[in-house]
Design a protein around this ligand. Sequence first.
Ligand code: COA
Length: 255
Amino acid sequence: MLQTHPTTTEWITEEIASGIQILTLNRPEKKNAMTVDMYQALSDALHRAELDDTVQVSILTGKGPDFSAGNDINEFLEIANAPEKMASIMSFLQAITTYKKPLFAAVEGRAVGVAATILLHCDMVFTARDTQLIFPFVQLGLVPEAASSYLLPKLVGHQKAFEILMLGDPVLAQEAQQLGLVNHLCESGETLHLAQTYAERLATLPNEAVMLSKELLKCRTLDDIQMALMREGRIFKDRLKSPEAKSKFEHFLNR
Ligand code: COA
């Protein structure tokens, strides 16, 4: 039975059906750019799902043609002056890093910034054939976040990670799949359906065995991920206030 839960912001919707929680970034008019309230609603929903025996798998997706344009750039400017607002972002990153149940992503169109780096934490990633993963941190005067400075070189090797993170050229879906960042590709508009098909298969497996196996797969890297989050977080916070980053944010907002 489909249950629809209200979240603390209308820009995140939560539905649960047949053991699958679907969390949708629902701000298509702004390319699902992520606000502090959206991070908070996502981490609250993941915490609830972790305690809810009826949820076996969570899927993160976005409404509209693009998964997400990453962090809301207006909020980057606000956070630069009020760094305590980073708390909700950090709490969301903790929630996906430590989430005990399988976490999938169904990614249409573009996934930019944090919307690309969180995919590195997901257990299965499904994208459209025309999806692009874009990591524009250095171009914006920032540094990589969400432990991507650790996870990306670990997954694809230093040289490839360096190129992706420094130059910010879009990683096209097919290359992302070859690099091991994406499990399966499909036609545009079908990623959620494909992710649900795999989630349904997982939901029929013995739940405890699934969670214990995920823990075994992830436990060796957890300390390194936490270290990377802390190290990046310190530098990222400072970079938000830097003249380099501020001028890039203003340039985007005044286009
Ligand atoms: N923060 C705030 N608003 C954003 C946003 C973001 N990250 N990304 C897009 N938007 C807004 C745009 O300002 C625009 O708002 P408007 O209609 O009120 O002018 C709306 O979303 C649509 O975006 P637009 O740029 O017109 O769409 P597009 O299809 O031409 O381009 C992107 C899509 C994602 C390539 C482009 O919006 C972009 O580069 N966004 C910034 C991505 C980014 O740098 N994120 C931070 C990463 S650390």
